[in-house]
Design a protein around this ligand. Structure first.
Ligand SMILES: Cc1ncc(COP(=O)(O)O)c(C=O)c1O
Length: 318
């Protein structure tokens, strides 16, 4: 499926989709030099409102990644938020969407990073993104033969476009072997994450997830799920290394990420998990997560940014 939308936001302005182009000689095109975010916004039909989830936290992570890459983000947080909202409103979305702010290097050399040497550009894309049917059934996973990008080489902490070559190799291998998203181990042989989501398992009733030093992206959904598990379900959450063989004996397992949401894992390497069906804790976490992102839980509404003005939202709800 080729992605398209009515508009994109490119280097300071809203542009029609067909004008959203950058030159083939940019470092972004030649060497994949960009840092990006994937943020979801959820439609609340009762309120006629679209809520972006943890927008500010995503932009903070974008800045962190750009900082490590020595890329100077050319816009303020306020400008990025206004641009994101302008784009989504221009596209007129009234459904669940995914939007993607991207900071990129334009024409220059591989060694360039100073604003006087190379232009740093910025664009935003926004697309409809419904939940996948596997959110109900769970996915058949496997352990990839590919290792997750190491912090010693290409830190997974940075959501850099170039890091996703590693993800793609793992996804395609899993797909060729008849699996959904795989689990990736790090260079130390411990469980890291999926190619586009973090992983959590349940063992003896505790929720366990690899630490942020396990070559993972510092996932905002991971943090969200950990907080909801502790505060709302009273679960003990443990951040520690996970061995591959623990995946085969855990009671439940799921991926979590903005795109993946809370995605149950039904089996790994043909070992059924929890009888091959989403487990009770996974189900409860899904329920709370989906309520929170849609603005149904008052105490977590500080994580939401309404896209439409109150008047537009009221009219849409009528
Ligand atoms: C490699 C990788 N890990 C983890 C995640 C989850 O991060 P977040 O919850 O911030 O979306 C993502 C993106 O969704 C990802 O691409």
């Amino acid at each position: 499926m080729t992605k398209s939308a009515s508009h994109a936001w490119l280097d300071g302005k809203l542009v029609p989709w067909s004008d959203a182009t950058i030159h083939i000689s940019t470092e972004a095109v030649l060497r994949g030099e960009n840092v990006f975010e994937g943020i979801r916004a959820y439609w609340n039909p009762d309120e006629g409102q679209l809520y972006a989830f943890r927008h500010a936290d995503h932009i903070a992570r974008l800045r962190q990644g750009a900082h490590i890459m020595r890329m100077a983000v050319p816009y303020s947080d306020e400008q990025i938020e206004a641009a994101s909202l302008d784009l989504i409103r221009a596209c007129g979305y009234r459904e669940n969407i995914h939007y993607r702010p991207v900071v990129y290097f334009a024409e220059g050399e591989l060694t360039h990073y100073l604003p006087s040497e190379i232009r740093t550009g910025f664009f935003i894309l926004a697309f409809p993104m419904p939940s996948k049917p596997t959110i109900e059934t769970g996915v058949k996973s496997c352990v990839s033969t590919w290792r997750r990008n190491s912090d010693m080489a290409s830190p997974s902490r940075i959501k850099a476009g170039s890091n996703y070559h590693n993800s793609r190799l793992a996804y395609v291998e899993a797909r060729l072997n008849g699996f959904g998203p795989p689990v990736m181990l790090n260079a130390a042989g411990k469980v890291a994450e999926g190619p586009g989501a973090c992983i959590m398992i349940v063992r003896r009733g505790k929720l366990i997830t690899p630490p942020v030093t396990a070559d993972i992206l510092e996932s905002i959904t991971r943090e969200t799920v950990m907080e909801l598990a502790e505060r709302e379900l009273g679960l003990t959450v443990v951040e520690r290394d996970i061995d591959r063989s623990e995946l085969y004996v855990c009671e439940e397992a799921f991926f979590c990420g903005s795109g993946a949401e809370v995605l149950p894992i039904a089996s790994i390497d043909h070992y059924d998990i929890g009888g091959g069906k989403p487990g009770a804790i996974t189900r409860q976490l899904q329920q709370i997560y989906f309520d929170v992102v849609r603005g149904k839980v008052e105490k977590y509404r500080h994580w939401l940014t309404p896209i439409y003005g109150a008047e537009t939202a009221r009219q849409a709800a009528e």
